[in-house]
Write a protein that binds this ligand. Structure first.
Ligand SMILES: Nc1ncnc2c1ncn2[C@@H]1O[C@H](COP(=O)(O)OP(=O)(O)OP(=O)(O)O)[C@@H](O)[C@H]1O
Length: 600
């Protein structure tokens, strides 16, 4: 074997195969993205990432990295062919007792192996680089989409809300990028391997006579028949695995979510002593996980048993087919050995399609889950909201109808104007729709009709159970403004104003403040927010329910004194709230309402 010629022809082969792969992948990609559902889903999720934009040099990076990965894949296949040829030369030298040829072959092996290792390391680095960047980009897209237009919240009002959005964002984005890359590179690598090693098998194989039948190029024919038949059977045995794997993820996610709920509600559960009921529920969910795990084990056993038998047969078949030719000295020992490795390579390349059958089904499920999330976000954003018109201060409501999801009316044709600086109290029996009215004014409740004009920014909703984000206490009081936007002095003053001065030394302490602070302290903190952020409009929804009347009066009075131009809409049951407001809206049930003055 002339290795200098081999080097030249290998370079030519790499260039030719690379060009073919680029053109072929482009055409196949185009076809798949236009004609198949999964292709369109892929393009929807990642098209903008790979499409270069004019004038933006960085936007070429993903595409160039893909080309580099293709090149490395092509080079790798070629190196495998060279290693196989080298191994043939090595065994032939041994058979011929040719020591010089043997040592030359060993040195050449060392060189090829070193190149192989270097190329592989480069391939691993580039592949991970691409996956990490792609995952970052996709995560940003999906996360931003979920958070925009309050889709993350309004999604719960869809007729068929999607399950586990957090799993879709955290886990599915990662598997989408990993699997896409593995599938594409695996496919191209396998096709090239298949072509290259089929050519080698073709050269090495001869006719085989079985009784009256003579099979030309027997090794190639037998390889393909054997592998295609075994692939077909393996697909039949392995098909149920797809559903079982899908179920496994869903059941595990549901079990994890139930555990999170127990952790999040640990206090009420502990106070009720509800551990028994909780454990029974958790065990139930876990039993479903285990039942599915056993089904997976048994199905996998069948699948693995079949695959193991096939792999062992694949080891011996090429030797059995070629042995008569070797024994009659038609081929060398190197040829015999190369027949076995080439057969193995063809078999591995073809079995890519077999194993990928399962991976591909999982991949399609991932695509469905991710695009399902994007669809649900779109639908959630398209749910009705009250029509808005511009108004920078106060609120104006015209002909607002609010319904229950069942269609029952909560509020009929509400017309109302709250002037800048005016305070309105919303009252009514429990369940008449006070909180739902505030949700409708906020644009969260989808079962509405009518027009609401109010400022869009600079509005704060203070609920009965104020939300505190994860992080330092400072970010909890400045929420939703970034903590660094507000001076330390102002933050400390706000804490002192709402009689939480003792927390000033813990402003930069990070802990779960939501569970650390008492409900009353959290309500006072949310008044601190209002004083600090000075909104033009505030909604208080029973936001003093955990405080005594004295504290309630002090906090409301502080807001009135410090923010005289701020419009306030409160919801509350206590009569002590009436003197603090100028007007009231009373919800009477079944859509009826009335307004009145409270001054005097
Ligand atoms: N997400 C929802 N899905 C279905 N029904 C809902 C939903 N949220 C609220 N409701 C129903 O809408 C009605 C009004 O609820 P809302 O919380 O607005 O009453 P409320 O007047 O604020 O009551 P309370 O004084 O007890 O806080 C209730 O019957 C409630 O069960």
């Amino acid at each position: 074997m002339n290795w200098l010629n081999e080097l030249g022809s290998s370079l030519l082969w790499v260039v030719g195969a690379f060009v073919l792969c680029v053109v072929g992948s482009f055409l196949l990609g185009l076809l798949l993205c236009r004609k198949t559902k999964f292709g369109r889903q892929f393009w929807r999720l990642s098209g903008p990432y790979f499409k270069p934009r004019r004038g933006e040099r960085r936007s070429w990076r993903p595409l160039l990295t893909v080309l580099l990965l293709l090149l490395v894949t092509v080079v790798n296949v070629r190196i495998s062919v060279l290693l196989s040829n080298n191994s043939n030369a090595l065994y032939t030298a041994l058979q011929n007792l040719d020591a010089r040829a043997f040592w030359v072959t060993v040195v050449i092996f060392c060189v090829i192996a070193a190149i192989y290792i270097a190329v592989n390391l480069v391939a691993i680095y580039i592949s991970n680089l691409q996956i990490i960047r792609w995952r970052q980009w996709t995560n940003t897209q999906v996360l931003t989409d979920w958070l925009s237009g309050t889709a993350y919240h309004r999604g719960r009002f869809l007729s068929d809300p999607i399950d586990n959005p957090e799993q879709r964002i955290q886990a599915d984005v990662a598997s989408f990028t990993n699997d896409s890359q593995d599938l594409v590179l695996g496919l191209i690598g396998s096709m090239l391997t298949l072509v290259s090693f089929t050519a080698i098998l073709w050269q090495l194989s001869g006719p085989l006579t079985l009784g009256p039948v003579t099979i030309p190029r027997a090794l190639v024919v037998i390889a393909y028949v054997f592998i295609i038949v075994s692939t077909f059977i393996a697909i039949r045995i392995g098909r149920p695995l797809i559903k079982l794997n899908f179920l496994s993820e869903r059941l595990s996610a549901s079990y994890r979510y139930s555990l999170t709920r127990v952790r999040d509600n640990s206090e009420p559960i502990a106070l009720y002593g509800g551990e028994g009921v909780e454990e029974a529920g958790l065990q139930n969910r876990f039993s479903a996980v285990i039942a599915n795990a056993w089904a997976l084990v048994f199905r996998n056993l069948k699948f693995i048993a079949f695959n193991s038998v096939i792999s062992q047969i694949a080891n011996i078949v090429p030797l059995v087919v070629q042995a008569p030719r070797f024994l009659s000295q038609q081929i060398t020992l190197g040829d015999l050995q190369q027949s076995a490795t080439a057969f193995g390579n063809v078999s591995d390349a073809l079995s890519f399609f077999r194993t990928t059958y399962d991976n591909f089904a999982r991949y399609r499920a991932t695509l469905d889950r991710l695009t399902g999330l994007l669809d649900a976000n779109d639908q959630a954003r398209n749910l009705p909201v009250p029509l808005r018109s511009n108004r920078t201060v106060g609120i104006e409501v015209e002909g607002l109808d609010v319904f229950m999801p069942s269609g029952e009316p909560l509020i009929n044709r509400l017309d109302l104007t709250v002037e800048p600086g005016e305070w309105l109290l919303v009252r009514g029996r429990s369940g008449t729709g006070k909180t739902t009215l505030l949700r409708s004014l906020a644009g969260l409740w989808p079962y509405v009709r009518g027009v609401v004009s109010r400022p869009q920014g600079h509005v704060i909703f203070c609920s009965q159970q104020p939300y505190l984000p994860m992080g330092a206490l400072r970010s909890a009081i400045t929420y939703p403004a970034p903590a660094e936007d507000l001076p330390d002095e102002a933050v400390r003053q706000a804490l002192a104003d709402v009689q939480l001065g003792h927390l000033a030394d813990h402003l930069d302490e990070t802990k779960d403040w939501m569970t650390t602070l008492s409900p009353g302290e959290r309500q006072r903190l949310s008044f601190g927010r209002v004083l600090l952020l000075q909104p033009t409009l505030v909604f208080f929804d029973e936001s003093t329910s955990a405080l005594d009347e004295g504290m309630e009066h002090a906090l409301y009075s502080l807001v009135r004194e410090r923010l005289p131009r701020t419009t306030v809409v409160s919801v509350g049951h206590r009569s002590s709230l009436s003197p603090l407001h100028q007007r009231e809206l009373v919800l009477l049930g079944q859509g009826a309402w009335t307004t009145g003055s409270l001054v005097g």
